[in-house]
Design a protein around this ligand. Structure first.
Ligand SMILES: *Cc1c(COP(=O)(O)O)cnc(C)c1O
Length: 463
């Protein structure tokens, strides 16, 4: 057990945390009563809390610690960069070495002709940038009315006012007066919950064709872009039917609208290729990146932009947009080192060829459990849908998320960090997970699901 205790006692930390720290996406009063779990250190795929408990982190933090915890090379890169040039901006006709080096590397790694990057600090602000980019692009081409962005219900694109508006999370739209105007949401390709009697293939086509209908209704001359995650992450790891993306691509090609792929989760190896666009053969005009770009070691994000869009923007005078920390040199240096490790240690290749196939084999075994209605996996991201009536893909007779929360609590008890979205359980582990780690993960996941099952039965939630 890790006995490093050079910090105040847990209880004291929890009280100070409750008194002074507002947590994101958390019911504050409830957490204050309970006390937050204090994470003190991490290595590889394992977190250690202030009581010395070790947890396997099957979420890679928030889907971001792709190379795993504890890589000192990134700490060295940050320290080196801080000593040499801790900060400079790229606003007024200046640049710096990390900005150039990372942009060059990204242009090489990202598919297609996405050869330019506009840097931000997160996925959210990158999607804000995208809204401004696509609208400015069409205005520069003499079409200022082309400004509606089509997105999807239950999508997640971040938490700023604009990014949350792009997203389709009803709980987020319910607070703070969202969404902003000129964002239109179509239905998501969630066959399990919404496919009814259609086959997944038929349903995928139907959902994709909603994009074409929306373009027709709004008018092609008013639609600027369509934005989507290759796989919906925070929406519950919804892997679309195989027919979905080819039809979306066909529709975007047939109409004059830009395609924005939000690769904040799927990027940098998550799906077993460098990008979700590689896995699903998507050819976007703009790509949102963040999270795995630095494996979460430093905040950085950005928009990869196609040659054509970048050229129009470049010839339209000043683009009146930017962040103080766009291309932050320390974050850029850390991201570069992260990409070096991903590449040189062939982490993405190992996921594709070795560990993802093994995870797929083990994860799909979960579908044999009486409470698991579907088990889906793509690369190193996976989900299961829990159901009291598998044959009919029925929801529970309890508020959505009741069983999910029970299961997540069982996971913590069994030393596994797995998240729930409603009554789906999801994982997105570090990409360095070994086959042995996968066995451990599966043992703990199965035990937790089974314990939640017995609890749910005991509480009469199976009808
Ligand atoms: C996390 C996420 C974002 C937002 O990124 P932040 O860095 O939290 O602002 C945007 N899009 C997707 C798909 C995400 O998963």
């Amino acid at each position: 057990m890790n006995m490093i205790t050079n910090h105040p006692p847990t209880k004291e930390l929890q009280e100070l945390d409750a008194a002074h720290h507002m947590h994101p996406f958390t019911a504050g009063a409830e957490l204050a009563a309970k006390g937050a779990r204090v994470i003190t250190s991490a290595k590889g795929v394992t977190l250690t809390d202030s009581e010395g408990v070790e947890l396997m982190d099957a979420m890679a933090g928030l889907w971001c610690v792709n190379i795993g915890y504890g890589r000192h090379e990134l700490a060295e890169a940050a320290a080196r960069q801080m000593r040499e040039l801790p900060y400079y901006n790229t606003f007024f006709q200046t640049t710096h070495v990390p900005a150039v080096a990372l942009a060059t590397k990204l242009a090489e790694l990202v598919p297609g002709d996405l050869n330019q990057v506009f840097y931000g600090c997160s996925g959210s602000d990158a999607n804000d940038t995208n809204i401004r980019l696509v609208r400015h692009y069409w205005a520069a081409k003499g079409k200022p009315d082309k400004k509606v962005i089509i997105s999807r219900k239950n999508a997640y694109h971040g938490s700023t006012v604009a990014a949350a508006s792009l997203g389709g999370m009803s709980a987020m739209h319910a607070q703070g007066g969202l969404p902003i105007p000129d964002i239109h949401h179509i239905d998501e390709p969630n066959w399990y919950a919404q496919g009814g009697d259609l086959s997944p293939e038929e349903f995928g086509l139907e959902r994709a064709r909603q994009l074409e209908q929306a373009i027709a209704e709004i008018g092609e001359d008013r639609v600027a872009a369509f934005i989507a995650e290759p796989i919906q992450g925070a929406g519950g790891v919804i892997i679309p039917p195989e027919t979905y993306w080819p039809e979306i691509q066909r529709i975007c090609d047939a109409h004059e609208i830009l395609l924005i792929a939000d690769e904040v989760i799927c990027g940098f190896g998550r799906t077993g290729n460098w990008f979700g666009c590689d896995t699903f053969n998507i050819r976007p005009d703009i790509m949102t990146i963040a999270k795995g770009l630095s494996s979460g070691y430093a905040p950085i994000g950005g928009s990869m932009v196609s040659d054509e869009v970048a050229e129009v923007i470049a010839n339209a005078g000043d683009f009146n947009h930017g962040y103080t920390y766009s291309a932050h040199p320390v974050s850029a240096a850390v991201a570069l080192e992260n990409l070096r490790i991903l590449e040189e240690e062939k982490i993405v290749d190992t996921v594709r060829d070795v560990t993802a196939p093994y995870l797929a084999e083990r994860w799909t075994e979960l579908a044999d459990h009486p409470m698991i209605g579907e088990a889906k996996v793509c690369g190193m991201v996976a989900s299961v849908a829990m159901s009291p009536d598998k044959a009919n893909r029925a929801p529970f007779q309890a508020p959505a998320g009741t069983i999910g929360l029970m299961c997540r609590d069982r996971c913590f008890e069994n030393k596994l960090v797995m998240r729930h979205v409603g009554d789906r359980m999801i994982i997105s582990p570090p990409l360095i997970l070994t086959k042995d780690d996968i066995d451990t993960l599966m043992d703990r996941a199965y035990r937790s699901i089974d314990e939640a099952y017995l609890l749910a039965k005991k509480e009469g939630l199976f009808k």
